[in-house]
Design a binder for this molecule. Structure first.
Ligand SMILES: Nc1ncnc2c1ncn2[C@@H]1O[C@H](COP(=O)(O)OP(=O)(O)O)[C@@H](O)[C@H]1O
Ligand SMILES: [Mg+2]
Length: 258
């Protein structure tokens, strides 16, 4: 059974001067326990797509299905990690982690117990009572990620979660995410700019065009699990990277040519 399915999603934003077409007939799916990435040029509507999946935005046309049930425009069905960590500055780290659980109606004691169990596992033991401002960017991302992970929703949508991190922290976080995901196998839809990141983490990748964006290609990643970082040195990995890069480079040239 398919967990998430988007069918023929179109999105345009009308304004006085002109209507901007952002998404043009996007169809994709995330199967049960699958790690799927979306990669596309900046401004191609990836965050917009997440807003539609999360029910924050009603698509101009098209349908969102969860487990085969139409849920277009319904909020609160997925776990969502936004592009920025979006922590509440006045809430302690553990209180930030339990937010999604609280919203879902899980008892505070129970939620706090889960947060306290997980925080040390992500290198944040001892920070439970601190406020977000004492944490580095990478640490804040981990708090935001834990919040999404502990939310009792089957599907996690992560919007460029590591985009703002330096290369080294980013590598650590990727390995860490992979490890946690391989233990839990939640369905994940992951947006990224980085071709390497998408190839390293995903089961499947959708490559989007410039806006009005369409799916240029759906690619099945041929590497097994558990994944090792060493696959990045594999010849096949490099070939696939170049293949996707070719697609995206054409998009950038096309954009500049307009
Ligand atoms: N509410 C809105 N009204 C008008 N235009 C919007 C709105 N939301 C997004 N857009 C436009 O949609 C395009 C895609 O934005 P976004 O989804 O953030 O792209 P990405 O996440 O792929 O970088 C941008 O050109 C942006 O200006
Ligand atoms: Mg975005």
């Amino acid at each position: 059974m398919s967990k998430l399915e988007l069918k023929n999603i179109h999105q345009s934003f009308p304004s006085k001067k002109q209507t901007t077409m952002v998404l043009s007939d996007i169809s994709l799916k995330v199967n049960d326990g699958e790690f799927v990435s979306i990669i596309g040029p900046s401004g191609s509507g990836k965050s917009t797509l997440f807003h539609i999946i999360g029910g924050l935005l009603m698509p101009t046309s098209g349908e969102v299905l969860l487990d085969g049930t139409p849920v277009t425009g319904q909020k609160g069905l997925i776990s969502y990690m936004p592009q920025q960590p979006a922590l509440f500055p006045w809430r302690s780290i553990e209180e930030n982690v339990i937010l999604a659980q609280e919203v879902a109606g899980i008892a505070r004691d129970h939620a706090l117990a889960a947060a306290r169990e997980w925080l040390p596992r992500v290198g944040l033991g001892g920070y439970e009572k601190e406020l977000p401002h004492v944490l580095s960017g990478g640490m804040q991302q981990r708090v935001s990620f834990l919040r999404a992970l502990l939310s009792p929703k089957e599907l996690m949508c992560l919007d460029e979660p590591f985009g703002a991190l330096d290369a080294l922290t980013r590598q650590e976080m990727q390995a860490w995410l992979l490890n946690i995901w391989e233990q839990n196998k939640r369905s994940i839809l992951f947006v990224t700019h980085s071709i390497e990141e998408a190839l390293y983490l995903s089961d499947r990748i959708y490559v989007l065009s410039n806006k009005p964006s369409t799916v240029l290609e759906e690619l099945v990643v041929p590497f097994g699990r558990p994944r090792q970082e060493a696959i990045m040195k594999d010849v096949l990995f490099q070939e696939l990277r170049q293949h996707i890069q070719g697609h995206l480079r054409k998009e950038v040239q096309h954009d500049q040519g307009r």
